[in-house]
Design a protein around this ligand. Structure first.
Ligand code: G3P
Ligand code: CA
Length: 268
């Protein structure tokens, strides 16, 4: 299947026709602890169409939603497991016991580090999951998505393009996104060639590094362009004018409000 014809790419293109799609970065992470079920559920409630979140594997091969490889910033692991514990060195049973809410606010105590499977159950069908692979073998992702019958209903992206190559071999119909910048910084021919090789559906680039030429090149290649991570009205409006298809934000409620006020329409 050519990436431009992937059902999820077609849906994203339709959603972005009048302005950039709001992508909730780690759920509604402004108001809830990032990458937790309350953050994902809140973004669904806001009416967010796409949710980005980070995924890694436990020592015993269960996929969990967490950004840092070290558990200290967003959980109480320093107290219960000792300082500096890494997710890849913990078993699922240890991770399930952690509190991933108190660091944000005492009222969020009790939020857990969710498994990928739980996150998908909360998001679908209202929000399209944009899974960011941080760590874990492609076989783990393929096994879970295939067991759940969801390989064609999620977006999978990574900075690790070798991981994406492995994922593509295992999941021929997956919608894939290349995260960058890579060493070249810009959306160069090298990046577009990698996207072609992977039959990727989108490029996801650091917003300050995106230029008008980059947007044109991505669109000419039949791909969508997503940017991360922008939290101001100025950046959202600028992205709309530049033709960005979707914007990752930590404050999806505020971006949706700007969208509803007509502030993110593209000028013709
Ligand atoms: O998905 C884009 C963005 O989330 C990548 O950076 O560090 O926030 O995962 P990071
Ligand atoms: Ca991320």
């Amino acid at each position: 299947m050519h990436a431009a014809c992937h059902p999820l790419a077609i849906r994203l293109r339709a959603l972005s026709a009048e302005g950039p799609i709001v992508v909730a970065h780690r759920g509604d992470s402004r108001h809830h602890p990032e990458n937790t079920l309350p953050a994902f559920a809140a973004a669904v409630k806001l009416g967010v169409h796409v949710q980005e979140f980070d995924v890694q594997a436990s020592r015993d091969g269960v996929l969990f939603c967490l950004h840092d490889e070290n558990l200290d910033r967003t959980t109480n692991a320093a107290r219960t497991l000792g300082q500096g514990a890494l997710i890849a060195q913990c078993d699922a049973s240890q991770l399930r016991d952690l509190d991933a809410g108190s660091w944000k606010n005492a009222s969020c105590q009790g939020a857990r580090v969710p498994e990928l499977e739980q996150a998908l159950a909360v998001m679908l069908p209202q929000s399209m999951p944009m899974i960011e692979h941080k760590a874990g073998d492609a076989k783990l992702y393929a096994a879970l998505l295939e067991r759940l019958g969801l390989a064609e209903r999620v977006l999978l992206q990574s900075f690790d393009w070798d991981f994406l190559r492995a994922a593509r071999k295992l999941m021929p119909t997956l919608a894939i996104g290349l995260l960058g910048p890579d060493a070249t910084d810009q959306i160069s021919e090298h990046v577009l060639a990698a996207a072609r090789e992977l039959d990727a559906s989108f490029i996801h680039w650091h917003a300050p590094k995106v230029t008008a030429d980059g947007v044109a090149a991505v669109h000419a290649a039949g791909l969508l362009l997503v940017t991360y991570t922008s939290d101001t009205q100025l950046a959202w409006s600028g992205g709309a004018q530049l033709g960005i298809d979707a914007i990752c934000t930590n404050d999806p409620g505020a971006m949706l409000a700007a969208q509803h006020r007509g502030l993110l329409r593209r000028s013709s």
